[in-house]
Each structure stands twice: as structure tokens, then as C-alpha cells.
Design a binder for this molecule. Sequence first.
Ligand code: SAH
Ligand code: AVI
Length: 326
Amino acid sequence: MPMRYRIDVHTDEQRQRQQLEDDVRRGMTARPKSLPPKYFYDRAGSLLFERITELPEYYPTRTESSLLAEILPDLVGQFLPDDIVEIGSGTSEKTRRVLDAVSRGGRPIRYVPLDVDRLTLETSAERLLRDYPDLTVHAVVGDFERDLGHVPAPAGRRLAMFLGSTIGNLDEPEQRRLLAGLRDLLREPGDRVLLGVDLVKDVKTLEAAYNDSAGVTAEFNRNILRVVNRAVDGDFDPEAFRHVAFYNERAARIEMHLMAEATHAVRLRRLGLTVGFLRGEAIWTESSYKFTRPGVESLLDATGLRLHRWHVDPANHFALALIRPA
Ligand code: SAH
Ligand code: AVI
């Protein structure tokens, strides 16, 4: 039997550690202080994110999942992929909907998930291989902002997916760069990108999704300080910071911050750095941009991609954009 599983690791520990140290030093000496959101996702962070997806206030995951179920029969009627790349794949739970629709009658499908969190990637690959006997998995551990070049060449007709509105965690220049990178993963004019985007909507719904009553998002936010402590031998007390999340209407983004409850100093021993915090001073940990159809169309300009279909749920909360080469 041919090997059905392969994993390529593009995060050599030395390079990863160096990058994290550089990012923390830059972020902790900047005004305002900030940390890149990709550092949320150690094992604990990924598990907290999984819990977020199940919260009553966090509508994006369940809305995108129903939307996928709704559009897939028509989509695979017109376009049946052999090769599915997914970046920021996480637990690949929603991917199952796609695999259920495309793996008809024992068709061989190759799935290429790419994520920074190796353990989540391995666990979900194992589960998928068990549940889909005709599936081959070629997992890639890496950073989607840097490692798309390591995605293997297409094995047949390709669908590249970026779900969950994770594109919204990047600022606009990085969003464009990433879309251009996705374009480079396509080979044939019939290949497609499926992009999930959270939509601009009323402030109450948006803010509730990032301020859940069970406090899981607050724990997810504080977890980034545990990741930093471990990586640079720091003494952040996560409980000394308050979770703050609000919608910045002008910039069309949720902003998450960690606000110091009292004036204090934090030592980051491996960096030889002591960072002072004033009471009320915040670390900006995440932006989560919200989109409109014209916004996505203009984002696609100059990326070599064009909007093909736009699917929205009945409440207008979330959209799946099917995108083709321009
Ligand atoms: N696609 C899933 C998971 C979204 S959570 C869903 O829609 O539910 C965001 C995922 O992206 C996490 O699994 C995280 O580990 C991954 N991620 C975040 N930043 C990343 C980066 N720079 N490179 C690769 N993966 C990243
Ligand atoms: C992964 N990403 C799209 C989530 C979001 O909604 O921006 C991460 C998240 N942050 C707080 N809750 C969920």
C-alpha cells in the first residue's frame, strides 16, 4: 500500500526561537506595545480556540460550517478537486464537510494542511486518515506568511482554502501578499481558492463574539503571555492583565488588547529586557478585520485573482468567496 501520510516541518527550532525573540523585543519596545497573534497557538491556545468555536456568542465557525454544507453540492457539481490545500487548518473540522462532498466512490484525494501548530496538525491528520480511507495527507508545519513556497505542486485539480476569516488577523498589505501567495499555489485556470470572511455587521454582535460570558476569549488572549514567558524566560503574570476587545468601526476591525491593571515591570530574562507598564497601558494582541464584498473585490485587485462566486448566510454574518485565477 502506498504511504498515505507525510509531514514536512519548516519551522526549525532555532529559527523559530530567534523569530519569536525578535518579535517579542520589537513588540515590547514599540508604542503601543504589541504581540503577533500567531503566538496564541501553542497546544493550550489551540484548545482554547476550539472552545471559542463552540461558544454561543462566537457565530463565525458554525455559520461558515452551515454555509459550506449549503454550497458544497453545487460547488462539487461544477468543480471536483483532487488536491485540497488548507492554510491555518487547525483541527480541520470544517474540512470534513468538504471531504465528505468530494470523496465520492473511492476517488483518491490529497489533502495538504499547513499550520504553525505541529501537534494539532498531527492529531487532526491522524483522525482524517482513519475516517477517510482514500485520503492521502501531506501535512506542512510552517508559517503561512513565509512558507507557502513549501506547499507541494498540485496533484490534479486544486482547491486552496483559507477558512475561518483567519485572513482578517492580518493587516491589509499582508492580506494582499497572502492572496498573491495563494494565487501562486494554483496551476490550472480551473483551480480555485475558497476564502472564508467574517462580515461587517452590528457592533453588538461583533463585540459579544470577542467578550464571551464564560471568559474563554479572555483566557485565549492571556495565553499569549504564557507563550512569551516560556519562550524568553519571562515573568508576565497573565492575571495582572485585563482582556479588552472592542470594534473599531473606522478601521472595520475587532481589536484585542491586554491591559495592565496596575503599574508594574516585567522581566524577559533571555532578552535581557525589563518592560515597564503603566496602569491602563495595553498590549495589542490581535486585529480581526471584518469584510464587505466590495472590500474583498478590491483586495483581490493586483493579486492575480478574481471573485467568481460570493455566498452569504441568511443573517449576512459570514461569507464564503469562491475565487478564480484572473
Ligand atoms: N481554520 C480553522 C482554524 C482557525 S484558528 C477554523 O476555521 O476554525 C487559526 C489557525 O491558524 C490556527 O490553527 C493557528 O495555529 C493557525 N495560524 C495562525 N497564524 C499562523 C501562521 N502565521 N502560519 C500558519 N498557521 C497559522
Ligand atoms: C482565528 N481567528 C479568525 C479568530 C478571530 O475571530 O479573529 C481568532 C479569535 N480571536 C478571538 N476569538 C477568536
